[in-house]
Write a protein that binds this ligand. Structure first.
Ligand code: NAP
Ligand code: ZN
Length: 365
């Protein structure tokens, strides 16, 4: 069989405890003045913001902080932060936090470099570049530190969508210690997001041996810590494993993109405020069920790698972690309409799809 493949992972990544302190020279080497992009609270509580500012100060690098990024970042938020970066003369951007600040940092880096453009260019297929982005993740879900995606809330079309430009961070500094302060729900929601990336990337028409290798190792590592998601106190090794699984999963989706569970999740996040990972997780058992006949060997292999003996056991575990959503018949129809319109995601599913088959992956089906 011919192996026609590509592999592109331009982000330099370090994962270790105290990673920012250990790599401060490299962190500061990207420019003269950093725009630090972060959320309102967590990066102060978990020490990541302090680590980064201390590292920059130790190297004599200037910085300005924009700390107003909220969950599911919006275009006005990006434009406000870019304005700060422009007026303050930032020449690189450091995103600190969960996927929301990291994704926002990428879009902001694009808008600073293209200083005279309006926000419309975010969603136009133009050959635009961005300032260098450094990512310091503090959740274990999105893998945004190694993906080229930047998902923003689009109020104009009432959903969430990745910008048109592919912006890989130049450097990712991954420290499991930042998860120590994460509430159980943040750990659960983001670890389930990473699981979604692993599963959706594995069962994907864009998958290759390279991307599946990332998924399989990601699943093994993820499974080692999974009981923490049911309330067990995490050991530092568990936090280490979740961070690693998240980055491996991010590298995998960089090559394949995500599929139905992510596509369906955006409605639940936009209209019902359900956190991203949770909204994805509801559809994961159904997504595996979609392949249970045609690809039974692969489904069993994936379940076993994740530490489950059957699809039912997996479904029970997911339900115990995140519960079951209430989705009305009307909402379901709207979600199916929306999903059927995203051809790119439908094409990534490795089986012939119908509207009924997609309806069957809903948690109440
Ligand atoms: P998030 O939206 O970045 O943050 C969720 C919450 O967790 C916020 O309240 C945040 O507080 C808090 N938080 C972050 N780190 C914490 C820590 N270490 N301890 C305690 N609390 C912490 O969550 P996320 O799930 O990581 O990111 C979701 C976003 O990423 C969505 O917009 C999703 O669409 C996107 N996403 C992107 C990709 C990609 O490839 N780029 C892939 C999947 C999803 P603060 O607000 O105070 O910081
Ligand atoms: Zn996701």
């Amino acid at each position: 069989m011919e192996h026609k493949m590509n592999f592109y992972m331009p982000t330099k990544l370090f994962q270790e405890w105290n990673v920012v302190e250990n790599h401060k020279q490299e962190l500061a080497s990207f420019g003269k003045k950093a725009l630090i992009v972060t959320g309102k609270h967590s990066s102060r509580a978990n020490g990541s913001l302090d680590d980064v500012t201390k590292a920059l100060e130790s190297q004599g690098t200037e910085y300005v902080i924009y700390d107003q990024i909220e969950e599911n970042p919006t275009i006005p938020m990006v434009m406000e932060a870019a304005e700060v970066g422009k007026t303050q003369g930032a020449d690189f951007v450091i995103g600190i936090g969960g996927g929301s600040p990291l994704d926002a940092a990428k879009a902001i880096a694009l808008m600073i470099l293209n200083r005279d453009s309006s926000s419309e260019v975010l969603y136009q297929p133009l050959p635009l570049r961005a300032l260098p982005v450094i990512a310091v993740p503090t959740t274990c879900g999105t893998g945004s530190e190694v993906t080229p995606y930047a998902i923003l809330t689009r109020d104009d079309i009432q959903t969430k969508q990745s910008i048109s430009h592919k912006i890989f961070p130049a450097l990712a500094l991954v420290d499991p210690k930042y998860l120590q302060t994460a509430a159980g729900s943040v750990l659960v929601n983001t670890a389930i997001d990473a699981l979604g990336h692993l599963i959706e990337s594995y069962f994907n028409t864009n998958a290759s041996e390279y991307s599946r290798m990332l998924c399989v190792t990601g699943m093994e590592v993820w499974s080692a810590g999974r009981n923490v998601l049911l309330g067990m106190e995490p050991e530092s090794e568990d936090l280490d494993n979740f961070m690693l699984a998240s980055s491996l999963a991010g590298m995998a989706i960089s090559h394949t993109s995500t599929t139905l569970p992510h596509g369906l999740s955006y409605y639940l996040t936009y209209h019902k405020g359900i956190p991203h990972g949770k909204a994805v997780g509801y559809f994961l058992p159904g997504y595996l069920r979609l392949f249970a006949e045609e690809m039974d060997v692969e489904v069993m292999m994936v379940l076993r790698t994740l530490g489950f003996g059957s699809l039912e056991q997996f479904e029970g575990f997911i339900r115990e972690c995140i519960g079951t959503p209430v989705i009305t018949a009307e909402e379901k129809e709207q979600m199916l309409d929306d999903m059927m319109a995203v051809e790119r995601k439908l094409k990534a599913v490795p089986t012939a799809l119908t509207r009924e088959k997609i309806a069957a992956i809903f948690p109440d089906a």
